[in-house]
Design a protein. Structure first.
Length: 291
């Protein structure tokens, strides 16, 4: 048994596709495209505009042979229990929680996270806490203090939210590098998107974004290497390609998106596979040097 990578595609990220077409793909077409492209599973976001009913999507996933995870946005109006019920109906294996509550005290926040984890695991699912804007993990410094209270919490890392939400410096910064490094050391799954200081999602192949692409690839590689040191021999790392529809995707004056998100999702998938392979060879080399 060996550690593995499973690349998922967000179903929310399939909204509005194909690019510049007269008719969007239907739900069955979206699921089939994901399966045909070799993705291992689908990310289901209950916050999405076009989130499908469990009874509608579950048989499509089974027929296509796709696994699933569910992203749950938890607040006073939408308790975690509703998302856990949905996850059970679709046969999900992982629930990623975005907590839309805002305690000032990291210790108080940690108690909330422990409660969500206990509830999720009692329902039979793995639990990851997502780093996301306008949630409990909104601020990088607060999240850094939070994980100090929860050294064993499994994080679902979407670092794009910190780059734009905290307007991080473009160049290396010791304070930022230390906090990001701590989060990478607790990453249990990764989400694929590239941000700049002012935009949460930029086209991946535009030359002006090359430095940011390399920054994120470096973070993902570092997270994968760290994960390998913590994972069991048969563990699986999920990388979720999550290039969102508008308003995440940047549009021109004609209202059309500037790049093809489906093409970019396939590019992200290839990068994730490349980096995961590189993380194995680097880990092996480090182990050999240590011995």
């Amino acid at each position: 048994m060996t550690r593995t990578l499973s690349v998922f595609q967000s179903l929310w990220a399939m909204e509005g596709l194909p690019w510049r077409a007269s008719r969007p793909w239907t739900l069955p077409e979206r699921i089939q495209r994901i399966a045909d492209a070799g993705f291992a599973g689908v990310g289901l976001d209950l916050y999405a505009r076009e989130a499908p009913a469990a009874a509608e999507v579950a048989p499509l996933l089974r027929t296509a042979g796709l696994r699933s995870l569910v992203t749950a946005f938890v607040n006073d109006r939408t308790p975690l229990a509703a998302s856990l019920e949905y996850a059970a109906e679709v046969g999900a294996e992982l629930v990623v929680v975005c907590g839309q509550v805002f305690p000032d005290d990291p210790a108080e926040a940690a108690e909330l996270v422990r409660g969500w984890r206990k509830e999720t695991e009692a329902a039979g699912f793995a639990f990851h806490l997502e780093t996301h804007r306008y949630t409990l993990t909104n601020d990088l410094a607060f999240t850094h203090r939070l994980v100090a209270e929860l050294p064993d919490v499994a994080l679902s890392l979407d670092l794009s939210h910190y780059v734009v939400g905290n307007e991080l410096p473009d160049t290396s910064d010791a304070r930022v590098d230390g906090m990001i490094g701590r989060l990478l050391g607790q990453g249990a799954s990764l989400q694929g998107r590239v941000a700049t200081r002012e935009q949460v999602q930029v086209p991946l192949e535009f030359t002006q974004h090359a430095a940011q692409v390399e920054r994120f690839r470096g973070w993902w590689l570092q997270a994968m290497r760290s994960w390998r040191t913590r994972a069991g021999d048969a563990d699986d790392l999920v990388f979720l390609c999550e290039l969102g529809t508008t308003p995440y995707a940047i549009t021109g004056a004609d209202g059309e998106e500037l790049s093809d998100r489906w093409h970019e999702a396939l590019l992200l998938k290839a990068w994730a596979e490349e980096l995961f392979a590189a993380s194995a060879s680097k880990s092996s080399a480090a182990a050999e040097e240590a011995s």
